[in-house]
Design a protein around this ligand. Structure first.
Ligand SMILES: [Zn+2]
Length: 458
């Protein structure tokens, strides 16, 4: 460590301390201070470490969570950036927190959740290091954030180009993600679902209809979610690649888990994956691929997957009076459609709350809710007692469900979170809350006045 980089670490730690003293949970300021003093600080701090980056549109946080468990089960040590603090400043802050005052980090792995657009700035000083990068999937995010999906592909590509020795772990079912395989890297590992996940899944909306190489419409042997599945292009031959870790069969769907059969580098493995919903199986497969690469045995992989506890937000359960609240975060059409599929399996009989804000972090343009397939849920939600709408754009959400033919007699708009929570408490019913990002933050703030809650980690 140079004097300059050591001083930067001190400054970062000092800033973090001050922020804690004044009760601010900000994670980006320390990083900003450090970078100002030493722009290539990550290169200094990451020296001699093994790095795992997880990027992609959906599933980053959950995938990191499972990978972390895999690494620790392997007897190795790891530090991560906070979920959500996935831009350069947040990553730098995480490194500074993990470092001693002399600028050494006594951990085996840095596990980094990286925003797609920030990937390049994060990895640019990791060039010669042992880096493994997972790309979970690429979907269109909120309309007004990164624009077209191809822009996202190119941003991830620009990041990976900085890493001549990177090992790539790619979602084979995503044609956009798989297109990164033309980067000049020697080692690529694929994971995916080797057949349809659900009976009769048909998804009309697609973020990748046409071949990324020749613009011909893709054909599909099967689909799982959105544009994910067994794609192939008749014209140029571009197609889904064979997987090193593939889900071969879902043996049983349960409420908050599923029992599956996987092919893991040629070995058939049966495991219970203790995460709710089919979409989380992709995250489990990505983490399983990493687990094999770091040398974890199949037995231990199975024990990690079977011992996962649901982590914040993706599906947080909170007991409120006699009823259970199930809170789910939604960020984009693809993620929302996964939640719809989950609700179809659940056949809700209590309340469903839809919360939508249009702040920057939610997406200013809310027309993306018209890409969510609420119509598929309509008949499976007839047993629900009540549909609540909340958040700044509650009325827009209500209108969307009216178009989807939900029973309007059961509709209520309730923008006051306190009143809403009181009503949910009085109902004593199981409630699913599907909330956009800032709506989730606001709702949880108010909910914390009713029941003790864990710190929100995203
Ligand atoms: Zn083609």
């Amino acid at each position: 460590m140079s004097i300059r980089s050591t001083a930067a670490v001190w400054a970062g730690k000092f800033t973090t301390k001050i922020l804690k003293l004044v009760g601010s949970g900000g994670t980006s300021l320390p990083g900003k201070v450090v970078l100002k003093m030493c722009p290539d600080i990550l290169g200094h701090l990451a020296k001699d470490m093994k790095i795992i980056c997880v990027t992609g549109t959906n599933g980053k946080t959950t995938t990191c969570h499972v990978i972390r468990d895999m690494i620790e089960t392997n007897g190795d040590t790891v530090f991560c950036n906070d979920a959500g603090a996935n831009l350069l400043n947040g990553v730098v802050s995480a490194f500074v927190n993990a470092a001693t005052l002399s600028g050494k980090i006594d951990k085996d792995y840095a596990l980094l959740e990286c925003d797609e657009a920030a990937l390049k700035s994060i990895v640019q000083h990791f060039g010669e290091l042992d880096v493994t990068a997972v790309v979970t999937n690429i979907f269109r995010d909120q309309l007004d954030r990164y624009g077209e999906v191809l822009t996202t592909v190119n941003k991830i590509r620009a990041g990976l180009e900085q890493l001549p020795n990177v090992k790539l772990v790619l979602n084979a079912d995503c044609s956009l993600t798989t297109s990164l395989n033309d980067l000049p890297h020697s080692e690529i590992f694929y994971y995916g679902v080797n057949g349809p996940l659900y009976e009769g899944t048909s998804s009309d909306i697609s973020d990748a209809v046409y071949c990324i190489h020749c613009k011909t419409k893709y054909q599909y042997e099967y689909r799982t979610f959105g544009h994910l599945g067994g794609f192939y292009c008749e014209k140029c031959g571009y197609k889904r690649q064979n997987t090193q870790v593939g889900l071969t069969k879902v043996i049983q769907w349960k409420d908050a888990s599923s029992v599956v059969e996987m092919d893991v580098f040629g070995n058939s493995v049966e495991a219970e994956v203790c995460l709710p919903g089919g979409y989380n199986l992709y995250n489990a497969l990505a983490a399983t691929t990493i687990a094999k690469l770091i040398g974890l045995s199949e037995d231990k992989i199975v024990s990690v997957l079977g011992g996962l506890t649901t982590h914040f937000g993706r599906m947080e359960q909170v007991q409120l009076g006699d009823g259970m609240l199930n809170l789910v975060l939604v960020k984009n059409p693809a993620g929302f459609n996964e939640v719809i599929q989950f609700l179809i399996q659940q056949k809700p009989t209590g309340n469903i709350v839809f919360g939508l804000n249009d702040n920057y972090a939610d997406g200013k343009d809310i027309s993306w809710i018209y890409d969510v397939e609420f119509e598929r849920l309509t008949e499976h939600a007839v047993g629900a007692k009540h549909f609540y709408f909340t958040g700044k754009r509650a009325y827009d959400m209500q209108l969307r469900l009216k178009y989807a033919d939900f029973d309007t007699e059961k509709f209520s708009v309730e923008k006051d979170y306190k009143t809403l929570i009181t009503q949910l408490q009085q109902s004593g019913e199981q409630t699913f809350l599907v909330l956009s990002y800032t709506c989730m933050l606001e709702f949880r703030d108010k909910l914390a006045e009713f029941v003790p809650l864990k710190k929100y980690e995203s």
